[in-house]
Design a protein around this ligand. Structure first.
Ligand SMILES: [Zn+2]
Ligand SMILES: [Zn+2]
Length: 143
Protein backbone atom coordinates (compact mmCIF):
# COMPACT_ATOMS: atom_id res chain seq x y z
CA UNK A 1 0.00 0.00 0.00
CA UNK A 2 1.28 3.44 -0.84
CA UNK A 3 1.31 6.36 1.56
CA UNK A 4 -1.84 8.32 2.06
CA UNK A 5 -2.80 11.92 2.71
CA UNK A 6 -5.62 12.90 5.04
CA UNK A 7 -7.76 15.36 3.12
CA UNK A 8 -10.59 17.73 3.87
CA UNK A 9 -12.45 20.39 2.00
CA UNK A 10 -15.71 22.23 1.57
CA UNK A 11 -17.66 23.40 -1.42
CA UNK A 12 -17.47 27.12 -2.19
CA UNK A 13 -20.55 28.04 -0.12
CA UNK A 14 -19.63 25.69 2.76
CA UNK A 15 -22.79 23.54 2.79
CA UNK A 16 -20.88 20.35 1.94
CA UNK A 17 -17.86 19.11 3.89
CA UNK A 18 -15.71 16.17 2.86
CA UNK A 19 -12.92 14.44 4.68
CA UNK A 20 -11.07 11.26 3.85
CA UNK A 21 -7.95 9.36 3.08
CA UNK A 22 -6.28 9.53 -0.34
CA UNK A 23 -3.64 6.98 -1.29
CA UNK A 24 -1.02 8.77 -3.35
CA UNK A 25 -1.18 6.35 -6.28
CA UNK A 26 -4.97 6.76 -6.50
CA UNK A 27 -4.86 10.29 -7.93
CA UNK A 28 -5.45 10.53 -11.67
CA UNK A 29 -6.02 13.18 -14.31
CA UNK A 30 -9.13 12.32 -16.30
CA UNK A 31 -9.29 13.69 -19.83
CA UNK A 32 -12.64 12.11 -20.76
CA UNK A 33 -15.23 14.19 -22.59
CA UNK A 34 -17.61 14.06 -19.59
CA UNK A 35 -14.98 15.67 -17.38
CA UNK A 36 -14.34 18.31 -20.01
CA UNK A 37 -18.04 19.09 -20.44
CA UNK A 38 -19.04 19.04 -16.75
CA UNK A 39 -16.07 21.10 -15.59
CA UNK A 40 -15.36 23.37 -18.53
CA UNK A 41 -11.70 22.49 -17.98
CA UNK A 42 -9.36 20.43 -20.18
CA UNK A 43 -9.25 17.65 -17.57
CA UNK A 44 -10.28 16.93 -14.00
CA UNK A 45 -7.88 15.71 -11.34
CA UNK A 46 -9.61 13.00 -9.32
CA UNK A 47 -8.85 11.09 -6.11
CA UNK A 48 -10.35 7.61 -6.06
CA UNK A 49 -11.58 6.99 -2.51
CA UNK A 50 -13.31 3.88 -1.16
CA UNK A 51 -16.55 4.27 0.73
CA UNK A 52 -14.94 3.35 4.07
CA UNK A 53 -12.28 6.07 3.65
CA UNK A 54 -14.60 9.02 2.99
CA UNK A 55 -16.96 11.10 5.12
CA UNK A 56 -19.48 13.41 3.47
CA UNK A 57 -21.54 15.94 5.41
CA UNK A 58 -24.22 18.08 3.83
CA UNK A 59 -26.65 17.48 1.02
CA UNK A 60 -25.02 16.59 -2.29
CA UNK A 61 -27.18 17.07 -5.38
CA UNK A 62 -26.79 14.21 -7.84
CA UNK A 63 -27.19 13.85 -11.57
CA UNK A 64 -27.10 10.37 -13.04
CA UNK A 65 -25.49 10.13 -16.41
CA UNK A 66 -26.21 7.06 -18.55
CA UNK A 67 -23.45 6.04 -20.94
CA UNK A 68 -24.10 4.55 -24.39
CA UNK A 69 -23.15 1.21 -22.81
CA UNK A 70 -25.99 1.60 -20.30
CA UNK A 71 -23.55 2.15 -17.42
CA UNK A 72 -24.73 4.72 -14.91
CA UNK A 73 -22.41 7.21 -13.31
CA UNK A 74 -23.65 9.52 -10.56
CA UNK A 75 -22.22 13.05 -10.63
CA UNK A 76 -22.39 14.85 -7.27
CA UNK A 77 -22.26 18.62 -6.86
CA UNK A 78 -23.46 21.34 -4.52
CA UNK A 79 -26.95 22.40 -5.52
CA UNK A 80 -26.31 25.86 -4.12
CA UNK A 81 -22.87 26.94 -5.36
CA UNK A 82 -22.36 24.37 -8.15
CA UNK A 83 -19.02 23.09 -6.84
CA UNK A 84 -18.26 19.66 -8.30
CA UNK A 85 -17.78 17.12 -5.53
CA UNK A 86 -17.52 13.62 -6.96
CA UNK A 87 -18.61 10.98 -9.41
CA UNK A 88 -19.63 7.75 -7.73
CA UNK A 89 -20.48 4.18 -8.53
CA UNK A 90 -24.23 3.46 -8.30
CA UNK A 91 -23.57 1.15 -5.30
CA UNK A 92 -21.59 3.93 -3.51
CA UNK A 93 -18.57 1.63 -3.18
CA UNK A 94 -16.14 4.13 -4.69
CA UNK A 95 -16.12 7.92 -4.99
CA UNK A 96 -14.00 9.79 -7.53
CA UNK A 97 -13.54 13.02 -5.63
CA UNK A 98 -12.66 16.21 -7.52
CA UNK A 99 -9.48 17.36 -5.87
CA UNK A 100 -9.77 21.10 -6.60
CA UNK A 101 -11.85 21.89 -3.51
CA UNK A 102 -9.67 19.88 -1.11
CA UNK A 103 -7.31 21.91 1.08
CA UNK A 104 -4.47 19.49 0.26
CA UNK A 105 -4.91 19.59 -3.53
CA UNK A 106 -1.35 20.83 -4.17
CA UNK A 107 -0.06 17.58 -2.65
CA UNK A 108 -2.33 15.40 -4.76
CA UNK A 109 -0.24 15.02 -7.88
CA UNK A 110 -1.91 12.85 -10.51
CA UNK A 111 0.06 9.66 -11.08
CA UNK A 112 -1.72 8.71 -14.29
CA UNK A 113 -3.52 10.34 -17.19
CA UNK A 114 -6.62 8.48 -18.32
CA UNK A 115 -8.77 8.91 -21.43
CA UNK A 116 -5.78 10.30 -23.30
CA UNK A 117 -7.74 9.55 -26.48
CA UNK A 118 -9.88 12.65 -25.85
CA UNK A 119 -7.21 15.00 -24.44
CA UNK A 120 -7.37 18.54 -25.77
CA UNK A 121 -4.91 19.14 -28.61
CA UNK A 122 -2.98 21.83 -26.69
CA UNK A 123 -2.55 20.11 -23.33
CA UNK A 124 1.20 19.46 -23.66
CA UNK A 125 2.02 22.97 -24.90
CA UNK A 126 -0.19 25.11 -22.60
CA UNK A 127 2.83 26.06 -20.44
CA UNK A 128 4.31 27.94 -23.40
CA UNK A 129 1.58 30.60 -23.01
CA UNK A 130 2.58 33.65 -20.94
CA UNK A 131 2.00 33.38 -17.20
CA UNK A 132 0.67 36.30 -15.14
CA UNK A 133 0.69 36.57 -11.35
CA UNK A 134 -3.04 37.44 -11.22
CA UNK A 135 -5.36 38.91 -13.88
CA UNK A 136 -4.35 39.41 -17.52
CA UNK A 137 -2.95 42.92 -16.87
CA UNK A 138 -0.82 41.85 -13.87
CA UNK A 139 2.92 41.18 -13.91
CA UNK A 140 4.28 38.30 -15.89
CA UNK A 141 5.92 35.48 -14.00
CA UNK A 142 7.86 32.29 -14.50
CA UNK A 143 5.73 29.30 -13.53
ZN1 LIG B 1 -21.84 24.82 -1.98
ZN1 LIG C 1 -13.44 11.86 -16.73
Amino acid sequence: MSDYVNVNGTCHCGRIQISGKVYEDMVIACHCTDCQQFSGAPFRPVAIIKNEDIKIDGEVTEYTKVADSGNERVQGFCGNCGCQIYARATDKSVFNVRTGFLDQHHKLTPKKHIFGQSKVAWIETISEAKWHVAGPESNEMKP
